[in-house]
Design a protein around this ligand. Structure first.
Ligand code: MRU
Length: 358
């Protein structure tokens, strides 16, 4: 299988997803045919990543309305999907958008309209993430120039855009070293990814990049990122989460780019737990820390990070059953630690989000 792949496909009767609970060991697809299956896929993280959760929820509404589309059913469908995961605002954004389109329609028109709107959401996510790649590319190009890296030759006209993996160098001097956390690649979106989209763009433009991939305990989404980069032939090194500070101290990290699950109006950003520690380490070592996300991840109704609900997941994820466990799945990085937010519109300071529209 080669990048780029769309994570979600449909035929107007069913939705097919890549089961992320089985990656990277196994590539398996799951066919979703009804509301319960769509809600289950989001809850157990067969699909995950804020933008993909949003698109799956939108298709979940379409699937749910196959069984009836009166006001009562619409409410049940929206409530069921809305309760699956609390932090990624794309879920709630997508459901609110579906509701605003569907509720005014007669019940007989709702099902077809739901498929149309879900398709529009998926298409827009794909386009937004491609634009995030273009808008994040200049910061990687600038890091390359700062290191005096000669621009690599561009791929031949009409040639394969995906380069073969270069051997990872022991010293990371001849490449732009980007650290990321969790998985914010194409797997976490409809296509292209958010934080990884500029990295794909830089690689395609011939800029030598190497990615420090943080393992991301407890669910190890970093393995998904490593798997993606392997498919794309982009050099990467998987690290334990706690190795990040040392690598920055050793000057082996040029920048950090992460995705987001919910960005408050003031720029405070919720992302996978462990993100905040990376931002703190960046501050200590003068490493720029960027967030990449579509505008659908900005919650303008939430003034600051303290208002972002943090999902608490099961003790089983930490591999224990008879001990007291706290398992917050996300943390919040204050806007003051963020060098810039990359959206489909541009790269801008985290505290200047007002006026952005999806
Ligand atoms: O719990 P997950 O795996 O859904 O969390 C995903 C993340 O935290 C991602 O970094 C975030 O959603 C950005 S995805 C483009």
């Amino acid at each position: 299988m080669a990048y780029p792949l769309r994570t979600i496909q449909e035929d107007g009767q069913a939705v097919v997803i890549l089961d992320q609970t089985r990656l990277p060991r196994e590539t398996a697809f799951v066919r979703l045919t009804n509301l319960e299956e769509a809600a289950h896929a989001i809850r157990v993280m067969q699909v995950r990543g804020a933008p993909l959760i949003g698109a799956t929820a939108a298709y979940g509404v379409a699937l749910g309305l196959l069984a009836g589309a009166d006001d009562g059913r619409l409410a049940v469908v929206l409530d069921t999907l809305g309760e699956t995961r609390p932090t990624a605002v794309n879920l709630h954004w997508a459901l609110a958008r579906m509701k605003s389109v569907l509720a005014p329609l007669p019940a007989t028109d709702r099902c077809a309209a739901a498929w149309r709107e879900a398709r529009a959401i998926a298409r827009e996510d794909e386009a937004a993430n491609a634009a995030i790649g273009r808008n994040g590319l200049p910061l990687i190009a600038a890091a390359a120039r700062k290191k005096g890296l000669p621009p690599a030759p561009l791929p031949k006209e009409g040639g394969d855009q995906v380069r073969q993996a270069a051997p990872v160098q022991a010293e990371h001097a001849g490449t732009v070293n980007i650290m990321t956390h969790c998985n914010a690649g194409w797997l976490a979106t409809v296509a292209h990814g958010t934080a990884i989209s500029p990295i794909y763009a830089a690689h395609a433009a011939g800029i030598p990049v190497h990615v420090w991939v943080s393992e991301t305990r407890p669910r190890n989404q970093g393995l998904l990122t490593a798997w993606e980069l392997e498919q794309a032939g982009i050099p990467y090194t998987l690290i334990a989460d706690n190795a990040a500070g040392l690598l920055m101290m050793q000057d082996k990290v040029d920048c950090v780019i992460v995705g987001a699950d919910r960005i408050a109006a003031n720029g405070d950003t919720a992302n996978k737990v462990g993100t905040y520690l990376k931002a703190l380490a960046c501050k200590a070592h003068g490493v720029p820390f960027y967030v990449a996300a579509p505008v659908s991840t900005i919650d303008f109704a939430c003034p600051a990070g303290t208002g972002i609900p943090i999902e608490e997941r099961s003790a089983a994820e930490l591999g224990v059953s008879h001990m007291r466990v706290a398992n917050p799945a996300f943390d919040v990085t204050p806007a003051g630690l963020i060098a810039g937010i990359i959206t489909e519109h541009d790269l801008r300071p985290a505290d200047q989000l007002a006026g952005l529209k999806p």
